[in-house]
Design a protein around this ligand. Sequence first.
Ligand code: AGP
Length: 345
Amino acid sequence: MVQMWEEIMEQPTVLGRCLHTNEKVIASLVTAVKNRNVSSIIIAARGTSDHAAVYGKYVLEMLTGIPVSLAAPSIFTMYGKSVQMGNSLVLGISQSGKAADVAEVIRAANAQGAVTAAITNFTDSPLAVEAQYHLFCDCGLERSVAATKTFTAQLYLISQLAAAWTCNEDFKRALAEVPEGLKKTFEEAQDVETKVERYRFMKECFVLARGVNYAIALESALKIQETTYTRAKAFATSDFHHGPFAMIEKDMPVIVYAPEGPSLKDVTGMIQKLREHEAEIVIVSNKEELAQYSNCFLKIPKTDNDFISPFYNVAVAQMFACRLALAKGLNPDSPRGLNKVTITR
Ligand code: AGP
């Protein structure tokens, strides 16, 4: 089997390990941000890591109440400007740790006396060395160009940081169940291999979700783009109403993440509207009763915590992209025109 598939399947083991590896550094980082009483959190990242940052915005902002912004690294590198970060936690995320523009943001933050941290999969990477605190994904080597296990490790470390920061024991318990939940996801969604056949000739699609799962819509679209060359575009359902919906026509494929939780009402409203316009609807949800409104239904385990469903949704997204690439006769491990490490400045 291709590397991407094997790396998807490694995720339950990887998450358990990366948590153990980082318990002490997370505790030290929490002490530092509390001592400094930071008033904002700034996250810098690119590509898949930037989608982990979007997840981080929702989780850290909602649990700590501290505003989280996503940095525009070009402000530092291309425009040669800076922003006020002295009283912030500045977090750089990069699986390779080689993201030069992200490292530049951390460098500027260090110079201003901010608390800085990096999440990477390489302890000796430039970003890991530049930041004051390093949260190590401990994924083992990820060979497929398509990032999978490093992404879920990034989500897991961000969540663990938020849980430790806010002493949220319920969230810690919910996170401890994620590795088992992922195994269950693999079982529930194993029919993806046959279900993707229907989309073998798909050239374009939309991917929709709301709230924290918007991060997963973005990541799902990126996985489909890079492994299958499909023109996939992600939107928050809330934004999709404001113009993009006009692009919907009969048989247009739309993947909708509809987990039980705060986003369900809005997302099911969108599914209804998509049906009225005869779209081809793929639903990813724990709620089997939604299957009747779909052309393809992929099941995830039920969770009461809206910060946990992204782990199960993204596992399905990764499986879908990988199997669709294979159904199209493509190798998802080495997409055309891409390298494992992309350095932008
Ligand atoms: C991931 O599937 C992509 N190949 C790509 O977006 C990647 O995430 C991006 O280049 C960022 O890399 P980094 O995490 O090593 O900085």
